[in-house]
Design a protein. Structure first.
Length: 346
C-alpha cells in the first residue's frame, strides 16, 4: 500500500484508522496530446544530463548564488519533462487576479531567503516536487523509502528530505520535531498534509498533525494551489500518481505528454496561531477556494467530478476517524453514474 507523500494507496485496509487513503485510480487518468518517440528520447537525455551535472555544479557554486542555480535547474528539469511553469501570486491582489510570473528578474517566492516557511499543498504526483522547487528551492517531507527510487532518490538525498512512515504513528512526533528544527533554522519545508496522492480533480482532507510544527515555531504557512493543465488550458490528470501506478509507468505517461502546464498559485499566507486544526482548516479553505460553514467545517455534501470516478469531498473536523455519508437525496443520483466513496477523515 502506498500511503505517504510521494505515492498513492490502492483501496484496501490501512495500517491504522488514521491512515490516509485515496480512492483515485486508473479510471481518473485521462490521456492528452502526446509527442513522438524521438521527443521522448530527447527529454530523457535532458533529464539524465541535468541529474549528472547538478551535484557538481551545486558544489562549486558560491553559497549566495546556489538558490538561483537550484531554481534554474528545477525549471529546466520541468521543461525536460514537457511542462511549462506558470506562477500566480495572489498575495498581492485580494480580488483573486494575482500577478503572473513569466520568468521575470524578481520572480515570486514562498519566503525571503533565510526566512523559515511551511509550504502546504495538495498532492498529485512525483512531479509536484519539481514544480514546487521551480518556484524556489525548498525541502520536503517524503516517504522514507524514496531514497531507493530511480532518479528521484538521488534528488531526495540532495534535498535533505525529512523521511516519514505514516504506518508508524509513534514516529510522528519525531518527524514534527525535525520539521520544527528546520523551520527554526530559517528553511522552507513543503508538506503534503493529505498524506497521499489524488488525481488532481478530486482531493482529500488536510490532516492537522504536521501543522503542529508551524504552531510550535510560530512559522507562517504558505498555502499553494497546484494543478496541471493541458495545452488547451483544461485541467488534466496525467501527472496523477494513483492506485497501483508505478514510477516507470507514470514517468512514461508524463514524458509522452504534449503541452502540459504546471500552475502554482500562491495564496494568502496564514499565520500559525495556536490550534493546528484551525490552521489546517484555514489552509484548506485557501487552497480549495471553499467556504467554511458556521461550524468551521467544510460542507461534506459537495461532490467533485474526478474523471470517471465521483469522490466525496471529505470534511476537516477532528482527529478521530468519522464516516460521512452523503445526504439521502444524493444517493439515487450517484447510483449508475460512478463509484461512490465514503471518506474516513481524521
Amino acid at each position: 500500500m502506498r500511503t505517504v507523500v510521494f505515492d498513492a494507496p490502492p483501496a484496501q485496509a490501512t495500517a491504522h484508522a488514521w491512515m490516509p487513503s485515496s480512492p483515485c485510480g486508473p479510471g481518473c487518468i485521462e490521456s492528452i496530446d502526446q509527442v513522438g518517440t524521438g521527443r521522448v528520447v530527447g527529454r530523457l537525455l535532458g533529464v539524465a544530463g541535468l541529474l549528472i551535472s547538478f551535484p557538481m555544479v551545486n558544489l562549486v557554486t558560491p553559497q549566495g548564488k546556489r538558490e538561483r542555480v537550484q531554481r534554474g535547474y528545477a525549471r529546466t528539469l520541468l521543461s525536460c519533462l514537457g511542462m511549462e511553469l506558470r506562477i500566480v501570486d495572489r498575495r498581492i491582489d485580494r480580488n483573486g487576479r494575482g500577478a503572473v510570473d513569466e520568468g521575470s528578474t524578481a520572480p515570486a517566492v514562498y519566503a525571503p531567503s533565510g526566512t523559515g516557511a511551511m509550504v502546504v499543498v495538495g498532492h498529485i504526483g512525483w512531479t509536484d516536487i519539481v514544480a514546487l522547487a521551480a518556484v524556489q528551492p525548498l525541502g520536503f517531507v517524503a516517504r522514507a523509502d524514496m531514497v531507493d527510487w530511480p532518479v528521484l532518490g538521488k534528488l531526495a538525498t540532495l534535498m535533505r528530505v525529512i523521511p516519514i512512515e505514516r504506518e508508524k504513528l509513534r514516529a510522528l512526533p519525531g518527524v514534527i520535531a525535525q520539521i520544527s528544527a528546520r523551520l527554526t533554522a530559517g528553511e522552507r519545508i513543503a508538506v503534503f498534509p493529505e498524506g497521499t496522492t489524488w488525481c488532481g480533480r478530486a482531493y482529500g482532507s488536510m490532516r492537522p498533525a504536521l501543522f503542529q510544527a508551524a504552531v510550535d515555531t510560530a512559522t507562517p504557512v504558505q498555502p499553494v494551489r497546484l494543478r496541471y493543465l493541458d495545452r488547451h488550458g483544461v485541467q488534466c490528470t496525467v501527472p496523477g500518481f494513483v492506485g497501483e501506478d508505478s514510477f516507470g509507468s507514470s514517468a512514461r505517461r508524463v514524458l509522452r505528454s504534449r503541452g502540459m502546464v504546471a500552475e502554482v498559485v500562491l495564496e494568502t499566507v496564514q499565520q500559525p496561531g495556536t490550534d493546528r486544526r484551525d490552521l489546517a482548516r484555514r489552509c484548506e479553505a485557501a487552497i480549495r477556494g471553499a467556504e467554511q460553514s458556521r461550524h468551521g467545517a467544510f460542507d461534506a455534501t459537495v461532490w467533485i467530478e474526478a474523471g470517471k470516478t465521483r469522490v466525496q469531498d471529505p470534511s476537516v473536523g477532528a482527529d478521530a476517524p468519522e464516516v460521512r455519508r452523503p445526504p439521502r437525496r444524493l444517493r439515487p443520483i450517484l447510483r449508475g453514474r460512478g463509484r461512490r466513496v465514503e471518506e474516513v477523515s481524521s
